[in-house]
Design a protein around this ligand. Structure first.
Ligand SMILES: [Zn+2]
Length: 325
């Protein structure tokens, strides 16, 4: 092993240790089809109460799916680093930055909206419905393409897009990835530079000789400058390690800082998801309360022993209906 390889494998070991929990997390199975099965065949009232959980479930899908995919990228990153495949490692690294930037963007966004204190808080509920939900849906599907437009096209080289839902309140303003990366760069200084360098590596107009080689040593141009100096425009300029001449090694250092920051925002997102769950369960409880008060509980097909519409898997009387009977 060369000195440079030893350095790289140390960095991978640090990242792997930091992300150990995420490995377990991403390997756990998430099946959302179970929710569809759960409400199929149930009566109208039951389905309506279940829909109260929609905000929580969509939010959960947004953050969990992004976390799982970020970890999937990391496992490939580890693999290609070990193989010394600079090109694929760089492409994946770049994608990790984009995805963590988006994750941070949505965590920040959610923190800016506090959840309604009660189901009587009409103003807050309106914000939730008209502002927050569309943003979450937007983040989840991660596209600036209007689904209604897609449905009109409906056929892209024979691929029919049948199952795409249309949503009236869908926010189609494109989210520029650079906006998210700039916000992240304020927290993890150097991320933007790192992203610029990796983007250049990823493109076919860059020096392919540098990425075709497992040894990512830098080259001097005809003026004796490092060829990548032009992409460095920033607060934390890269200093090229004269011994290793390993510019990608510097982006790896920043990646370690990025992961440390990512682990903090994961906790923040989890906290918000927990709050959203409690809020939605309150809505379920007050719906159940309504039917009990109206003496219409049994007519709606609900029973104390029915599985709770909040998807907990518990019976109503042991869950959101605990205080009602
Ligand atoms: Zn419940």
């Amino acid at each position: 092993m060369t000195k440079s390889q030893i350095k790289i494998s140390k960095k991978i070991a640090i990242l792997e240790a930091l992300l150990a929990k995420e490995k377990n997390f991403s390997e756990a199975e998430f099946s959302y089809s179970q929710f569809d099965n759960f409400i199929s065949g149930k009566n109208k009232e039951y389905v309506e109460i279940s829909l109260r959980m929609n905000f929580y479930l969509t939010l959960k899908k947004l953050f969990i799916s992004k976390r799982v995919n970020i970890y999937k990228l990391f496992s490939s990153y580890f693999e290609f680093s070990r193989e010394g495949n600079a090109l694929l490692k760089s492409i994946i690294h770049r994608s990790i930055i984009e995805r963590v930037a988006i994750f941070y963007y949505y965590t920040r966004l959610m923190k800016n909206y506090s959840l309604p204190k009660s189901d009587d808080d009409d103003a807050a509920l309106t914000i939730l419905e008209r502002t927050i939900m569309p943003k979450i849906v937007r983040g989840y599907s991660q596209t600036s393409i209007d689904p209604e437009q897609l449905l009109k096209i409906n056929d892209i080289r024979g691929v029919r897009l049948r199952n795409l839902e249309t949503r009236n309140a869908y926010d189609t303003t494109p989210l520029n990835i650079l906006t998210a990366i700039e916000k992240l760069d304020r927290k993890v200084i150097g991320t933007k530079n790192s992203y610029n360098i990796l983007s250049n590596f990823a493109h076919p107009n860059f020096f392919d000789s540098m990425t075709a080689h497992s040894n990512q040593s830098s080259e001097l141009n005809e003026f004796g400058d490092m060829v990548f100096n032009f992409v460095m425009s920033a607060k934390k300029p890269f200093k090229v390690d004269p011994e290793l001449s390993n510019i990608l090694g510097l982006t790896d250092d920043i990646l370690i800082e990025l992961v440390e920051f990512y682990l903090v925002i994961i906790l923040e997102s989890e906290k918000y998801i927990r709050e959203a769950k409690a809020f939605c369960k309150n809505l379920v409880e007050s719906d159940l309360q309504f039917y009990v008060n109206e003496r219409a509980f049994k007519k709606t097909g609900l029973r104390k022993g029915t599985k709770c519409p909040c998807f907990s898997g518990l019976r109503i009387k042991d869950c959101c209906g605990k205080h009602l009977f």
